[in-house]
Design a protein around this ligand. Structure first.
Ligand code: NCD
Ligand code: ZN
Length: 346
């Protein structure tokens, strides 16, 4: 049986493109299906000022495949030195669409992140005033807190007090991995939304750890138990406008992943739409796929949905995706959902 589904072209509201050779390798994997993406600023050194963001945007545009109309939506990496005026001017220019908060040390390339939230309140107050969203990596970095509890503890000890202090701030809680995060975003008053990744919908910690340790499933926030995965699936497929796709596709070469101390990050740009159609079909919710990938995000960011469309076709023969890509920096492994993917983007 052939089954087709036509939806507006999707956008990715959380993407790592990196720079240089890696960017050249992964950019076409996103632009093939996606019209726009929120570009994460955690380069080394990070994208901190409007000037950095402009230069990075130009490098991305210069590396686009011929004929691509892909739009990188830039973000700034929030530091304790960030200047509220620089941020406001970059937003007024249409250069940036969000500012990213990494708690210092929370994840890959987050060393320049925020240690004391109070020190960035002037920036956050300015953002609240002008309607510029804050994207948050929602995990505490307290050494005593178990890695599987770091998102939940963040909600209670950091996010709730921050929102009480600056209630007007628009917040995107990124890559939600727990039912606690889902409940918080579903129920909280005010201007909050959340992104969910492809891989957190498809795998739980058993996939990562049972029968051997699979470094290509290691990411941050770390995948949780199956009950959390189920809560994520329910939220993503619910049609609730507060939830939308941020793949968090985060490439690292195999040498960095398959190591005694491997990097966090899952590279999923290439097969994300096939994976999502698979998940939404399993949940009996193909009718809400477009809201999740193509409507809720633009509405949240005050942008029109894409006019162009893509078609997904369910085929008898699974789509053959490459297991790896060759980059000038070394091989890069694609997210393996550990199940055949019958949905093909035509
Ligand atoms: C991201 C990366 O590699 O830049 N890694 C990850 O596991 N998601 C950083 C991040 O978004 O946390
Ligand atoms: Zn990320």
């Amino acid at each position: 049986m052939t089954h087709t589904l036509s939806i507006r072209r999707p956008d990715d509201w959380h993407l790592h493109l990196r720079d240089g050779a890696m960017m050249r390798a992964v950019l076409p994997e996103t632009t093939r299906h996606f019209a726009r993406a929120i570009i994460m600023p955690n380069l080394v050194p990070p994208v901190v000022t409007a000037q950095d963001a402009r230069a990075y945007r130009n490098r991305i545009l210069a590396a686009l495949p011929d004929g691509s109309t892909f739009q990188p939506l830039m973000t700034l990496y929030l530091t304790e030195q960030t200047d509220p005026q620089d941020v406001a001017a970059a937003f007024a220019d249409g250069l940036i669409h969000a500012v990213k908060l990494y708690p210092a040390g929370a994840t890959t390339n987050s060393d320049s992140g925020v240690k004391t939230l109070r020190r960035v309140y002037r920036v956050l107050e300015k953002m609240a005033q002008i309607g510029l969203p804050l994207c948050i990596h929602g995990e505490v970095t307290t050494p005593e807190v178990d890695i599987f509890d770091r998102e939940q503890v963040f909600l209670d000890t950091v996010l709730a007090p921050l929102r009480a202090d600056i209630p007007e701030l628009k917040i995107t809680l990124e890559h939600i991995t727990t039912s606690h995060g889902i409940n918080y975003v579903s129920d909280a008053p005010g201007d909050i939304a959340g992104t969910i990744t492809t891989h957190h919908l498809m795998i739980n910690r058993n996939h990562m750890l049972v029968g051997g340790i699979r470094p290509h499933y290691y990411c941050l926030p770390i995948v949780k138990r199956a009950s959390h995965q189920m809560a994520l699936r329910k939220a993503a497929t619910s049609g609730n406008p507060r939830f939308f796709l941020g793949t968090d596709s985060a490439p690292h070469v195999d040498g960095a992943k398959e190591s005694a101390c491997g990097c966090a990050g899952v590279f999923s740009a290439t097969n994300t739409m096939s994976c999502l159609a698979h998940v939404f079909e399993e949940e009996g919710a193909l009718d809400t796929l477009e809201a999740f990938t193509s409507l809720n995000g633009p509405a949240r960011y005050g942008l029109p949905p894409n006019e162009a469309r893509i078609t997904l076709e369910k085929r008898t023969t699974p789509t053959a995706y490459p297991a790896k890509f060759d980059t000038e920096d070394g091989p890069l492994t694609l997210f393996d959902p550990a199940t055949p993917l019958h949905w093909h983007v035509t």
